[in-house]
Design a protein around this ligand. Structure first.
Ligand code: G3P
Length: 225
């Protein structure tokens, strides 16, 4: 499973990229606005940090506007994925951009037919929003399972991005449901790495280690023959 960060915060992206575990980034207009920085600068900086796909979203509502913006965004960096909402105009724009070889991430997907339509339109990525579905009493993870099954049945190539992830169990369950990618906030990515038994285990190992004579030099000092 690939791990993406769902943020436009360059410091957060740099921190996770430095660990060598970051496969891509997704942004949306709300996340970009939160950073209060210039859009193009933010996106191009992210694209330099991350070698995988970086989603940048269009804001037009008509397909011609989406195509115009998508073509422009695609010139900003080679790893841009153009994010387009699932509307009839969005589907039309997706088809045009996909035919031009531009990677499209169709977003705001809340149902199986929406996901299927996005895949048929040529989306490289489809983004079902599991947290927002759970918020209204629907089962976001079931949508991931269903999409995975239907895409496989018809040999459709889109990758499923489990989006609107709110907590680590969403990532665990999305992995089991067969999502190709999970995109998550920085805090969720950090939470995935933490376990109290890991911390306790390190403390205990080090306490025992310190009982060795010359423990400070024991690893880096060459053995005397
Ligand atoms: O990737 C989509 C995501 O940004 C939406 O998340 O938490 O606003 O539902 P959320």
């Amino acid at each position: 499973m690939k791990f993406f960060l769902d943020t436009a915060n360059v410091d957060e992206i740099r921190q996770i990229a430095e660990l060598g575990i970051l496969d891509g980034v997704t942004t949306n207009p709300s996340l970009v606005a939160k950073e209060k920085r210039e859009f193009r600068k933010t996106i191009t900086e992210i694209c330099e940090i991350v070698s995988g796909p970086v989603s940048a979203e269009t804001v037009s509502l008509d397909w011609e506007g989406m195509v115009r913006e998508g073509r422009e965004l695609a010139t900003w960096a080679p790893n841009i994925a153009v994010k387009i909402p699932l509307t009839p105009d969005g589907l039309r724009a997706t088809r045009v951009l996909a035919d031009e070889g531009i990677k499209v991430n169709v977003t705001l997907i809340f149902s199986l037919p929406q996901g299927l339509l996005a895949a048929k339109a040529g989306a490289a990525f489809i983004s079902p929003f599991i947290g927002r579905l759970d918020d209204i009493g629907h089962d976001g993870l079931q949508l991931i399972r269903d999409l995975r099954q239907v895409l496989a049945t018809y040999g459709l190539q889109s990758e499923i991005i489990a989006a609107s992830i709110r907590h680590p169990m969403h990532v665990v369950e999305a992995a089991k449901a067969g999502a190709h990618i999970a995109t998550m906030p920085f805090a969720v990515m950090q939470a995935l790495m933490k376990h109290p038994l890991t911390d306790r285990g390190i403390e205990r190992f080090l306490a025992d280690w310190r009982t060795l004579p010359n423990y400070q030099e024991a690893i880096l000092t060459p053995a005397k023959v």
